[in-house]
Design a protein around this ligand. Structure first.
Ligand SMILES: Nc1ncnc2c1ncn2[C@@H]1O[C@H](COP(=O)(O)OP(=O)(O)O)[C@@H](O)[C@H]1O
Ligand code: SF4
Ligand SMILES: [Mg+2]
Length: 457
């Protein structure tokens, strides 16, 4: 069995379903504070401009290594945390989204007053941070969250009856024996029963606790559930029981899921569509079958290379694995964020001074003689050494065949003057996500028009 979905639909048919959640350029930055005064010295860009939509009755799988911003994005979508920029919309029609995109392109200053009024009314009706009163309650009821760690998300001092019944009480949906009967129905729908009502979370196994979390999420009969690594903490056999349960509940209730996981096998089993995320950005987005059959982004390929049993056809032969670690989102790489680890990076992928410094530090002891760095931009700096000889040595290292070809080719200036070494890389823009096929987008210059568009004389 490769996919629990009966017929993982292609993007063309999927487009007929209405979007439940729409993201437009969503950002979430966390401030980095330092010193006794706790001054803000920078920002962790956990989510950095993410756009996609999740359609009714579908499962969108969100995959990427740990630290790529998946949980943060899921929390933003569920309204558990605010966003720094962009917008998250509930039940935004395709026509309204296109209108908002069009108005963004026009710019607020050049919109007519009717256009501005229409933007305002769409935002008030659909944008989750603008919802009030009944529309906010409707969204909150309809958007639920299941956490990876069921143990810490269930209050250890509360009985199962109270945990699962709480949303019904808060929303005044039920009380007394009616409430108890509703909780029993919910427990039965997740494979538990009346005998579990008066027990505490610690009296259950990991799989059962996740069932309790799912029952609680279902209490208000929501339309949409964010599932954040719901089976990652479970044994493989229990994991497949929970995945089957989630699949059945989706079929019975027409649920829409955002399924977050770092596990490609699980995401393949569960998803209609997959979004691959890296350091806060979308690297690739495609229908589940399409993504596994013809991945385009080298990051997706590298993730797949680690799971060769998931590959189709002869993709495996061409795949290269993933080395190194996820970069610090407080100082993400320029250009394409994957360039520091990409096995096929080109000179136009965003090489910068930090890459040269990191390479010198990993491959020589030369930086021990470094006195200071005078930075004009991420792409241009003067390295000041104690001795002219060390600057000359650094220059010859950076010009040598030892450094990666793509990085060397991106160096447009390498100039030693006494103890100073000026380095300047070709400056490039951020790589954008572009269509490469129907319903298939990627953010890699090897597959999009950006390498040509951005090239400078
Ligand atoms: N509350 C927070 N404050 C500061 N940084 C955070 C916070 N939450 C998450 N981060 C950082 O944001 C990045 C993305 O984290 P997360 O969303 O948990 O990724 P994932 O779920 O993909 O593992 C990480 O670098 C993490 O350290
Ligand atoms: S743009 Fe493409 S080739 Fe360049 S670093 Fe990114 S993934 Fe690799
Ligand atoms: Mg996470």
């Amino acid at each position: 069995m490769t996919n629990l979905r009966d017929d993982p639909v292609g993007a063309a048919t999927r487009a007929e379903e209405r979007p439940v959640i729409t993201l437009r350029g969503v950002k979430k930055y966390f401030p980095v504070r330092e010193g006794v005064l706790q001054q803000i010295v920078g920002h962790v860009r956990a989510v950095d401009g993410v756009s996609f939509e999740i359609r009714q009755g579908q499962t969108l799988g969100l995959v990427g290594e740990s630290g790529c911003g998946k949980t943060t994005l899921g929390r933003c979508i569920a309204g558990l945390t605010d966003t720094t920029g962009g917008g998250i919309y509930f039940r935004l029609s395709e026509a309204d989204r296109m209108f908002l995109d069009e108005m963004d392109a026009v710019g607020q200053d050049r919109q007519t007053s009717e256009q501005q009024a229409k933007v305002e009314s769409i935002e008030r009706a659909h944008r989750i941070d603008r919802l009030k009163g009944e529309t906010w309650r409707t969204y909150r009821r309809n958007c639920q969250f299941v956490f990876q760690d069921a143990f810490s998300s269930l209050n250890p001092r509360h009985l199962v009856k109270d945990i699962v019944g709480r949303p019904l009480r808060v929303y005044k949906e039920a009380s007394g024996t009616d409430l108890t009967e509703r909780v029993v129905e919910l427990l039965e729908s997740v494979g538990l029963g009346r005998q579990h009502l008066y027990r505490y979370p610690h009296q259950f196994s990991g799989g059962q606790r996740q069932r309790i979390s799912i029952a609680r999420a279902l209490a208000l009969d929501p339309e949409f559930i964010v599932l954040d690594e719901p089976t990652s903490a479970l044994d493989v056999s229990v994991q497949s029981q929970i995945l089957n349960l989630l699949h059945k509940l989706q079929q019975d209730r027409g649920l829409t899921y955002l399924f977050i996981t770092h596990d490609l096998g699980v995401v393949r089993l569960m998803s209609d569509e997959i979004v691959v995320m890296y350091v806060g950005e979308v690297m690739e987005r495609a229908g589940a079958q399409e993504l596994f059959a013809s991945p385009r982004h080298p990051y997706t390929e590298a993730l797949l290379a680690a799971n060769p049993d998931l590959l189709e056809g002869d993709e495996e032969a061409e795949m290269r694995g993933l080395e190194g670690t996820v970069p610090d989102p407080a100082r993400p790489p320029r250009g394409c964020k994957f360039h520091t680890r990409c096995p096929v990076a080109t000179p136009r992928c965003g090489w910068e001074v930090d890459d040269a410094v990191a390479w010198l530090s990993d491959n020589s002891t030369i930086l021990e003689g470094l006195g200071g760095v005078e930075r004009s931009s991420d792409f241009e700096s003067v390295l000041r050494f104690a001795e002219p000889g060390t600057a000359a040595e650094a220059e010859s290292l950076l010009a040598s065949a030892a450094i990666p070809d793509a990085m060397r080719a991106a160096l447009v200036e390498l100039d030693q003057d006494g103890p100073e070494l000026r380095i300047r890389f070709e400056e490039v823009d951020r790589v954008r996500l572009e269509d490469v096929d129907v319903g298939h987008m990627t953010s890699c210059i090897l597959h999009t028009s950006q390498a040509d568009l951005d090239s400078r004389p």
